[in-house]
Design a protein around this ligand. Structure first.
Ligand SMILES: Nc1ncnc2c1ncn2[C@@H]1O[C@H](COP(=O)(O)OP(=O)(O)OP(=O)(O)O)[C@@H](O)[C@H]1O
Length: 642
């Protein structure tokens, strides 16, 4: 609808649509509008030229040219339609299959397309006509098949790109099935380019049909088609040149209008396209299986046996052990282990590129293209998520574990109103009727404190502010009544004035619903205010995991300490903000020993020989051999302060 509305804002497109519609209707209803019988001859009035009685003149047998154009149009338009339908059915279905399934299926289908495209279409048409006894239907269907290879490539390309759109990934994580994703999100992305291609192809197919008629390979005289009318006009050209004007003109006019309409559609479509973005959003929408690996005791155990994990009465909801994400030989997340208790909030903190988002992608089993995930243990409420098939995991995502991204607007599909996207998730998870889903969606929009849920329901993402869109995304995440909500930097892209409101909302929803929260953040203020426990990540590993208050008061890893020292709020006015020298190394440069050693003021030779395991500290766990030096420093600082 948006496409149509935008198209109708272009005068040239309106004119082309009007001409095409008028001509098609006049041909379809030729028996009502044509002034004469197309076969009626008036031999006393041949090649007469335009007159009051014959507006477009008569042909060499005195037949009315206007009537023959209208009746002949039926044949040409029907032939064109046959080619277009074949082109669309084959091109769209194979393009969608190749683009959404990918892999070997895609390779095979694209090789088939290569073969089809390498066959010379016109020569093959002549063969088809010879074999099928001049059947125009066989010729036009064959032409549709040959041309469909081009459409296959277009649809495949668009659906591959659409598959990586943030709102498609968000839909997958929200628990929508592959067919719902295909119908709701990929189909609208494909419609624009398909309509453009169809319009351009229809012009070409019409020319091909007219050429067959011109060469007397289509319907035979006295039946009319636009092609054989041009042929008749050409035969009479020495006696009456006018005849070529209406017969050739109608073909030229229709081809021109179809081509201009195709160009207008293309412009409309490309101005509508939206940009993608980073995070889970730019990742693959159809998730991966997960490899089970044996636990490595040194890496996994300490995080799970820390004093905090053993707190009496603490009920563990999520347990992650030795989670790794790799792209080829490159490990991006390296043996991450932690757990989340029911109703708890865990913060994951670290500089950009430390693997926070990738850890979340691993948990959800939605890795970036080409990445593999492995873990020794992954359980939710005691259920082994590692053993689940992708179909079963799909039911967990969105329903039991929900996700909200840092890009609220791009996580919503620009083509659907907000309420519909929330209602769609409600239906996917609760299996209720449309009207019930609408009612629940309105309730959810109200629960995220949107002032006028009815009005928000009908808004498109581009009509919303970032804060409003994030509340809609949260409402959608709540559709499945999740036990765990993962929020990847949920306030980063928002205006400072609305950040606090969104965080308060998350905390209130957590408390009201008894949900657990995993917050990925760069912001220590958020950690201090909201999180029970903080997990500090550096270069794909957990380097410290401790209750937030303890970690902030006395960090047990030099990286945590350095991050805390560089918080602007902790630095006195006029004093230069301490910065951590250097940057996080790229995954290919991660050493097997301490990864922070190159930037660490405590680094010694001990740090650069062998992998450093996580070891228990008085507050949690730390991956540092100099924890005692940090503790000494803490004691010295305490004395100085006193
Ligand atoms: N598709 C990919 N292929 C290869 N490497 C990738 C891919 N996506 C991310 N990476 C790398 O993985 C590492 C971890 O990235 P990740 O996005 O998890 O970091 P992050 O801590 O979440 O950063 P940010 O705070 O900027 O979101 C980075 O070095 C990044 O360059």
């Amino acid at each position: 609808m948006i496409l149509l509305r935008r198209l109708l804002r272009q005068p040239l497109a309106i004119a082309c649509l009007a001409v095409i519609t008028l001509v098609v209707l006049a041909c379809v209803f030729a028996s009502l509008v044509a002034p004469y019988d197309p076969y009626a001859q008036d031999l006393a009035n041949i090649l007469s030229g335009p007159s009051g009685t014959h507006w477009l003149g008569t042909d060499a047998l005195g037949r009315d040219v206007l009537s023959r154009i209208l009746y002949g149009g039926r044949v040409t338009l029907f032939g064109t339609l046959q080619a277009v339908v074949t082109y669309v059915v084959i091109g769209v279905s194979i393009g969608l299959i190749a683009g959404t399934i990918g892999g070997i299926v895609d390779s095979i289908l694209m090789r088939v397309a290569d073969v089809i495209q390498s066959i010379p279409a016109l020569i093959t048409l002549l063969v088809v006509l010879a074999v099928f006894g001049r059947s125009e239907t066989a010729a036009m269907v064959s032409f549709g098949i040959f041309a469909s290879a081009g459409l296959m490539r277009v649809v495949r390309g668009v659906s591959m790109i659409a598959r990586t759109e943030p709102y498609v990934a968000a839909g997958t994580v929200a628990g929508l099935g592959p067919f719902q994703i295909l119908w709701r999100h990929i189909r609208p992305a494909v419609i624009g380019p398909v309509l453009t291609q169809v319009s351009l192809f229809a012009g070409i197919a019409m020319l091909v049909e007219a050429s067959l008629g011109f060469l007397n390979l289509g319907v035979l005289p006295p039946a009319a088609s636009w092609g054989n009318l041009v042929s008749d006009a050409q035969l009479a050209i020495n006696r009456q040149q006018w005849l070529l004007v209406p017969t050739g003109g109608i073909v030229a006019l229709m081809c021109l209008c179809l081509t201009l309409l195709g160009i207008a559609l293309r412009d409309t479509y490309s101005s509508k396209s939206t940009a993608g973005g980073k995070s889970l959003s730019s990742w693959r929408s159809f998730a991966a299986t997960m490899r089970r690996v044996p636990a490595t005791p040194a890496a996994a155990a300490p995080a799970l046996v820390s004093e905090y994990s053993q707190t009496a009465g603490r009920e563990i909801l999520l347990e992650v052990q030795d989670l790794s994400v790799a792209v080829g030989d490159l490990t991006l997340v390296d043996g991450v282990s932690f757990d989340v208790g029911r109703g708890e909030t865990i913060g994951i903190v670290g500089e950009s590129g430390c693997g926070k988002s990738m850890t979340v992608s691993g948990l959800l089993r939605v890795p970036p293209p080409g990445a593999t995930i492995s873990a020794a243990r992954l359980t939710l409420g005691g259920e082994d998520l590692l053993g689940l098939s992708e179909q079963q995991m799909h039911k967990v995502r969105g329903k039991r574990i929900a996700y909200i991204s840092q890009e609220p607007i791009s996580s919503l599909d620009p083509l659907h109103v907000a309420g519909r996207q929330v209602a769609e998730a409600v239906r996917a998870h609760r299996g209720v009727s449309r009207s019930e889903a609408r009612r629940i969606a309105l309730e959810l929009l109200a629960s995220v404190r949107l002032p006028d849920p009815e009005a928000v329901y009908t808004k498109y993402p581009h009509e919303m502010s970032g804060g409003m869109a994030q509340r809609v995304a949260i409402a959608r995440a709540l559709a499945g009544e999740p036990e765990l909500l993962i929020a990847d930097e949920p306030t980063t892209a928002l205006d400072v004035s609305v950040q606090a409101g969104v965080l308060d909302l998350l905390v209130d929803l957590r408390d009201q619903r008894g949900m657990s929260l995993i917050l990925v953040t760069h912001d220590w203020g958020v950690l201090a205010d909201v999180c029970d426990r903080a997990i500090v990540m550096y270069a794909g590993q957990i380097v410290e995991d401790a209750p937030t208050a303890d970690l902030i008061a006395a960090p047990r890893h030099p990286y945590s300490a350095a991050l805390l020292e560089s918080i602007p709020a902790k630095v006195a006015p006029g004093v230069l903000l301490p910065m951590i020298g250097g940057t996080v190394p790229a995954p290919a440069d991660w050493p097997s020993s301490c990864r922070f050693a190159g930037r660490c003021r405590f680094a010694t030779d001990d740090c650069t020989h062998a992998p450093i395991p996580l070891t228990p500290t008085v507050t949690g766990v730390s991956r540092c051999v100099h924890v005692d030096r940090l503790e000494e420093k803490e004691a010295a600082d305490a004395v100085t302060t006193a």
